[in-house]
Design a protein. Sequence first.
Length: 480
Amino acid sequence: MAGDTASNPGLGSHPATIEQLSFVGSWRWRILPNSVSNAFQDILRAVTDESDLASVNESTAGLIESLQLCGQPSLPDLCAERLLSDDSHPFVVALSRDEYPAPQTRQLFRYDLRRLQLLAQSPWIEWVTKAGVDWLSASVADIERQAPDSNHAPWHPHAARDRLSQSLATADDWGDLVEDLEIFWRRFGCGQRQGIVAYRLEEHAGKARLRAIEKFDAFPMDWLQFESSRVEVIEDNTRSLLANDEASNALIWGPRGCGKSTLIRALVGRYWDQGLRAIEIPSASYGQLPALFDLVRHRPESFIAVLDNIALEPQDPAHRTLASMLDGGLEQSPANLVFYATSNYKDLVDRHGERPGGPPAQQADAAVAARLGGATEPTLDAYDPQGLQRLDERRALDDRFALKIFIDLPTQSQYEKILHAYAQRAGLTESSQDLVADFRIWRMRHNHDLVGGRTVRDYVRYRVAERDRDDAVRQEAKGP
């Protein structure tokens, strides 16, 4: 299919004719919902066959109802919304695989964009009005546009979608927007991946899948109060991942509430626009890890697989699965995947400092001396002749994390900076001295023996809830 302008009448200010829209029923690009496509074809047939007014009214009502169900006020709005959300056209599929579309695929997409423009800008309202439909303008006005959410994270594509929708509304030739659309999809993702920076590995219908986390719990990197050299290690490693260089698995360990998980969230928030994504791996999904490689290998993003708060008992077979997946299996790990684990322990399995026992009792000098003294049975504890090997196997998981980064609790001056930053963001206006004094009373009253970022966050949330309750009581006291 050629993509030249001459093969696409209807561009610019010339509306499409009914004959030019005959492709809708056989179009291989299923860009529109079936209900809208079928209803539009019914209108074409009704006005072409000069059907009775009842048939034209019925087909018109069908299209209006389909648009209503899609939440769009017009056919142009629906076409623009479906285009920006598409993941089915060969051009978009190539982008979703981080491939450069072939020239023929790019030309096909330009051709199909012009076809979509013909459909979006078709004068179907004029056609049915001439056929006798006299109620249409009021019905179209009754369709309300869905109100956009004005409060969203920078990785959400709402603003960019609005700009592209405006370009589609004013462009003479949609085929000229191929490059703009490509930039948009490469930045924000295609189809259901748009606006998603984190996933959760889970089992669904017997298969592993990545379920999108719609409300990612972001955190500003600049708010972290860590020793800079330790953060630089994990940040440099993350940049290596994004550059497709050799990146290492990392274990971030330290006391509870010191910000280990928050650091990973902050990395995603800082580097999302370079393609960084997170995959949360709950312990219940360890059995799905063998399928993870296939799920991410051919995707354009770079992934941090997050093993949060990991700690295994010696008898737990999961340490073998994890060790094999992280390093040691026959399948090569994807270049766009690393594992970041968090733990309160540097030793993930041997947390109690287990050490193998001594030699068999019969060989021990103490046993020989006891026998010479008249003892008939050895008295030493049971000996596991492969104790060292069993311990070595369990500790193999630790070796899979080339980087081990210790994050300590903040000092007093650091957590006071965190407190002031959180309070300012939440709109708490009391003085610094009063805020710190109140925080100290609160944490002692609620038995927070360690003070980290989590404790400060919980305190600020408590204060905000308290403030909102007081505001509600004052408002109620004032009356209507």
